[in-house]
Design a protein around this ligand. Structure first.
Ligand code: ATP
Ligand code: MG
Length: 520
């Protein structure tokens, strides 16, 4: 492992380079003739539609795919990494897109933070026990992680797991740091901390390869942007970046969708689907009053910890309200568990799908239809044909890039796995579907496709979309509601949406929270 030295800063020599990289999976040509130079001290961003080949390129560079075409060069010499360890020994650290590929859930935080050393057989036992704990604490501090080091990682939320994976990659002082969607589960505050760390690494001469679908974030932090399209290097963009140029190079022009006009179809104010009356989700939380109308797509936003997910969990019967009333089409319901919620026609797609939602060993068809086999059940015999037919429709509607309904989930790109999970729930007959951060890792065009599908299929059903990213909601919602500290603090109908005002509401809350934090 070669550590970064201060004198590398002025040295603009190209340390890492890939030439003419190609990779096929069966009939899928995932990458074709991609050449990239990584400059010391430069943050190179890579963007592209779901399934474009970004993660595949990363997995080749970090030694995960041993079979590929083309060359990897380190300091001008060709190398072949047959294992992730070989890449790591050359100073390449990688944070993968699927968070649970980057942590060992059954181990503690401390063990995860020091995994590389822990696995080193040459270390004497006492060193492992004492020195590694100290080191783990230092590594955790770099990312501002305040977690008990002895907590098993499987008890932590996605955002903290992601922070652990990042902290560990930073700790090995890489020469090339690769981050595949590092901010997908992070809040603004945590993202900012990461960006500050990346700045420091750049000053030390580290090369950074950064993948994200958050194009505004990229516009801010990247020094250069490469666009991958259908496995090929489509374009290189220099500062200053226009989001529009990135989008056009990634997916072409996005047509103005007819569904936006559809929003003027007029939702009947008196036609309430779900109503919350003075619902208190937890001890000391303020009462929530909210109506969701039939045919409405309601956007729910606010900072992480504002109470959005907690509200969804009460509706889905995961937790119980302390007091108040929930009504579905006028009738009082109180789902005591998930099956009661499902029986009332309420569905919830949780935020941490990697953990709760995907069955990697099942193919797409099985994953889409998994919880609802009964829908397709004819006298106890599974009607595979109707399953395949509906599955094909969803693959088309959501633009899921795959070989067909029987393709394995593992063979899909991260964003396309996401689309399968969202599609699965929309196949069911719901009264209210709650999608918690459904657009994580989903490219901008697919986001439009999902929005359009939802809008054209909603009929007199209702949807709540939870997202911290306001722009995602503006695209699809009929009304946007802002939450803070468990309370609803503002709402706007689609016709009156004022982005700045909404952002102000969210930001204003942030200031209050920060003031409170600093007062403690
Ligand atoms: N192990 C695999 N087996 C078969 N096909 C695969 C495998 N890994 C990737 N692919 C295919 O290669 C193509 C590129 O996938 P990749 O994961 O590199 O996309 P990506 O650009 O990272 O997309 P996303 O933005 O969704 O993460 C896709 O068509 C994908 O289905
Ligand atoms: Mg990917």
């Amino acid at each position: 492992m070669t550590a970064v030295k201060e004198q590398d800063v002025s040295d603009a020599k190209i340390l890492f380079e890939v030439r003419d990289i190609g990779k096929s999976f069966g009939v899928t040509r995932a990458l074709d003739g991609v050449s990239v130079e990584f400059k010391p001290g430069e943050l190179l961003a890579m963007v592209g539609a779901n399934g474009a080949g970004k993660s595949t390129l990363i997995k080749i560079i970090c030694g995960y795919h041993a079979e590929y075409e083309g060359q990897i060069l380190v300091e001008g010499k060709e190398v072949q990494f047959h294992t992730p360890k070989a890449a790591y020994d050359n100073g390449i650290a990688t944070v993968h897109q699927i968070i649970n590929e980057g942590v060992v859930p059954s181990m503690t935080v401390y063990e995860n933070l020091t995994l590389a050393k822990l696995l080193n057989p040459g270390l004497p036992l006492f060193y492992k026990k004492e020195a590694l704990r100290i080191e783990a604490r230092e590594v955790a501090a770099t990312m501002g992680l305040e977690i008990d080091l002895d907590t098993p990682v499987d008890q932590l939320p996605q955002s903290e797991r992601q922070m652990i994976a990042i902290a560990r990659a930073l700790a090995i002082k890489p020469r090339l740091l690769i981050l595949d969607e590092p901010t997908s589960s992070l809040s603004d505050k945590e993202s900012e901390r990461l960006f500050a760390m990346l700045d420091r690494l750049k000053q030390l001469g580290v090369s950074i390869l950064y993948v994200s679908h958050r194009l505004h974030e990229i516009g801010r932090i990247a020094d250069r942007v490469i666009v991958i399209r259908d496995g090929k290097l489509a374009k290189t963009l220099q500062r200053p970046f226009q989001v529009k140029d990135m989008v056009t190079a990634m997916v072409g022009e996005i047509p103005k969708h007819s569904f936006l006009a559809d929003r003027e179809r007029g939702i009947d104010d008196t036609n309430t689907q779900v109503e919350l009356r003075d619902v208190v989700v937890a001890e000391g939380a303020p009462p929530v009053n909210l109506k969701v109308r039939k045919g409405e797509i309601l956007g729910l936003t606010g900072l992480i910890g504002a109470g959005k997910t907690e509200l969804a969990q009460v509706l889905f019967g995961i937790t119980q309200a302390m007091s108040g009333e929930i009504r579905m089409a006028g009738k009082v319901i109180h789902p005591r568990n998930m099956s009661e919620a499902i029986r009332a026609g309420i569905f919830y797609v949780p935020e941490d799908r990697a953990e709760n939602a995907v069955v990697p060993l099942f193919n797409i068809r099985q994953n889409m239809t998994l919880p609802f086999l009964r829908v397709f059940d004819r006298l106890g015999i599974m009607d595979v044909n109707s399953e395949i037919k509906r599955c094909r429709e969803m693959i088309g509607a959501m633009g899921i890039k795959c070989e067909g309904p029987e393709a394995e989930m593992d063979s899909l790109s991260g964003g396309n796995q996401q689309k399968v999970v969202v599609a699965r729930w929309l196949l069911e007959k719901y009264n209210l579907v709650i999608l918690d951060e459904p657009f994580q890792g989903v490219d901008i065009r697919s986001r439009h496709d999902i929005g359009e599908y939802l809008r054209t299929s909603i009929g007199d059903k209702s949807a709540i979309i939870i997202a911290t990213d306001l722009d995602e909601l503006i695209e699809v919602a009929d009304r946007i509601v802002v939450m803070n500290n468990g309370a609803i603090i503002g709402e706007q109908e689609y016709e009156d949406i004022d982005r700045d005002k909404l952002l102000q509401l969210v930001a204003q809350e942030k200031e209050i929270q920060e003031r409170e934090e600093s007062a403690v």
